[in-house]
Design a protein around this ligand. Structure first.
Ligand code: AOF
Ligand code: ZN
Length: 340
């Protein structure tokens, strides 16, 4: 059974609607209900975890048996589970929908199976329409689903000889303005930015994403790990988002909690001890290493102990990109052992 022209247009529209929803613990999903003649009867989208799903949002705008014999065009496979809301597959069946077009299978172990449920009730189901666009819209959510935790990027700036600071601890600025601007731009794409209390006390970072003096529209949530108190007048207290503090040293529990809070992408920015702990724990997916043509010598290395006792155990990376940034060079690399 082919997907019709009107259905194709409806999917493009559903993807636009999906993008209106917030990023978070739930995927962004859009839905359009089409009459048998291909007219748009209703539109809906998911407004965030705990609110009705896109299909239900769209159906709620119709009265009586208006959806009888209609087609639902949805960017994600309708769910088959009762979570914060009832199963969408059942809502569609009960409304009398006779055909469902969706873009992507729902990877959720608990929520999947909606297509089967629909088919079982005699509904025609077509999967895969504009799947690439749907995938790219929610790629971070899909990655977090696959990993069962946020995607973690560990970032540091280093001298050519692998140092993150001079002997007295001073580290501003190893890299030049182009590299710093690049960091801010990438921060603006992350949900959370993680630092240790040591970095907060030593550098008093603002942890905002800035373009010059202007704040980017999206600001990551500051996350501080460590037992030491953050001073009341610390710069991050003035961050537009409230910080999250963890006194624990167990990074797995921190990352699990961030996942529960709907964080899909996290940036680990400081300093060497925390970066090393994430790598040693197997919780780092990507490295951003900004390398400046500076020599510092001494023992303030970009990383400390990452659990590599001998060369056989070296953590090998694949560089996805070398990016020249003024006089500096950025290596974007991922760990070879994962199959990201
Ligand atoms: C849909 N339509 O609009 C969305 C779906 O906690 P709940 O009950 O909101 O369920 C969340 C799960 O449902 C989420 O992980 C994903 O698998 C699916 N999201 N499904 O049919 C929607 N947002
Ligand atoms: Zn649903």
């Amino acid at each position: 059974m082919a997907v019709h022209e009107a259905e194709r247009h409806a999917m493009t529209r559903a993807l636009e609607l999906a993008a209106r929803g917030p990023r978070g613990a739930n995927p962004q999903v859009g839905a359009v209900i089409l009459s048998p003649e291909g007219e748009i009867l209703a539109e809906g989208w998911h407004h965030g975890a705990g609110t009705p799903h896109a299909e239900v949002d769209a159906l709620s705008k119709l009265h009586g048996d208006a959806a009888g014999g209609a087609t639902a065009v949805v960017t994600l496979e309708p769910c088959n589970h009762t979570g914060r809301t009832g199963p969408c597959a059942v809502a569609l069946i009960d409304a009398g929908i006779s055909r469902v077009i969706y873009a992507l299978d729902d990877p959720g172990a608990a929520s999947g199976g909606g297509a089967e449920r629909l088919r079982g009730a005699g509904v025609e189901v077509e999967a895969g329409e504009q799947a690439d666009d749907a995938r790219s819209l929610i790629s971070d959510w899909l990655t977090a689903q696959r990993l069962g935790r946020p995607h973690v990027t560990v970032k540091w700036a280093q001298s050519l000889d692998g140092r993150a600071a001079a002997a007295d601890g001073s580290s501003q600025w190893i890299t030049g303005p182009d590299a710093r601007a690049d960091v801010h731009r990438r921060r603006a794409g992350a949900d959370a930015i993680i630092v240790g209390t040591g970095t907060v006390l030593a550098d008093d970072p603002a942890l905002t994403a800035r373009d010059g003096d202007a704040l980017y529209e999206h600001q990551p949530i500051p996350v501080v790990i460590g037992a030491r108190e953050t001073p009341a007048d610390a710069a991050l207290r003035r961050h537009p988002n409230e910080s999250v503090f963890y006194a624990t040293r167990d990074l797995h529990s921190v990352i699990a909690d961030l996942h529960d809070r709907g964080i899909q992408t996290a940036f680990v920015e400081g300093g060497p001890t925390l970066a090393s702990a994430f790598i040693a724990a197997g919780l780092a997916d990507r490295v951003l290493a900004y390398v400046a043509p500076v020599l510092l010598g001494g023992d303030r290395l970009a990383l400390t102990d990452i659990g590599v006792p001998s060369i056989d155990a070296a953590r090998r990376l694949t560089v996805e990109q070398w990016v020249p940034l003024g006089a500096d060079m950025l290596a974007i690399a991922r760990f070879q052992e994962d199959n990201e």
